[in-house]
Design a protein around this ligand. Structure first.
Ligand code: FEO
Length: 167
């Protein structure tokens, strides 16, 4: 792994951990708002992000490269109504997709074909991430101002099943 690719992978480890931080903040927000299902959905999302960061971390080590842990900024805690929060989740996932694509592009430019192969997993994962964020956003949008519908949706999203390695 050359220095440019190594640095970009380390930066992405931080980006994935920041995503986890952001979703934990959103989970706490929903817990305070008495939406335990949305809070659980966000907590599982945070755990997925930790799994993404760990996968990159292990990959850098497996390549015999240097892991450097960069500073993680504090996320915002100003989230507003459920719909605007879920809009932010989708927006965030789209931004992460763009980061993964840039990392893939850089790996190609640097002739690191192995890194590109590893990143294929992340490219596919981002399709899933955007899909689940956009489904949740659409459902919250459909519930609108109907509190009963929102509470039912809270229960439904709260039944999200953890992926392997999550709890
Ligand atoms: Fe690790 Fe939600 O992207």
């Amino acid at each position: 792994m050359n220095a440019a690719v190594q640095n970009a992978f380390n930066e992405q480890i931080k980006n994935e951990l920041f995503s986890g931080y952001l979703y934990l903040a959103m989970s706490a927000h929903f817990d305070h708002q008495n939406f335990p299902g949305f809070a659980r959905w966000m907590r599982l999302q945070a755990q997925e992000e930790l799994a993404h960061a760990t996968r990159l971390f292990e990959y850098v080590l497996r390549r015999g490269a240097q892991v450097e842990l960069h500073t993680i900024e504090a996320p915002t805690t100003d989230f507003g109504a459920p719909l605007s929060l879920f809009e932010s989740v989708l927006e965030h996932e789209r931004a992460v997709t763009a980061m993964i694509h840039r990392l893939f592009e850089l790996s190609g430019k640097e002739g690191d074909w192995a890194a590109q192969q590893e990143l294929q997993w992340f490219i596919a994962e981002q399709v899933e991430e955007e899909d689940s964020a956009s489904t949740a956003r659409d459902q919250v949008r459909m519930a609108g101002d109907d509190q009963a519908a929102l509470l039912m949706l809270d229960q439904q999203l709260g039944s999200r099943v953890a992926e392997a390695g999550e709890a």
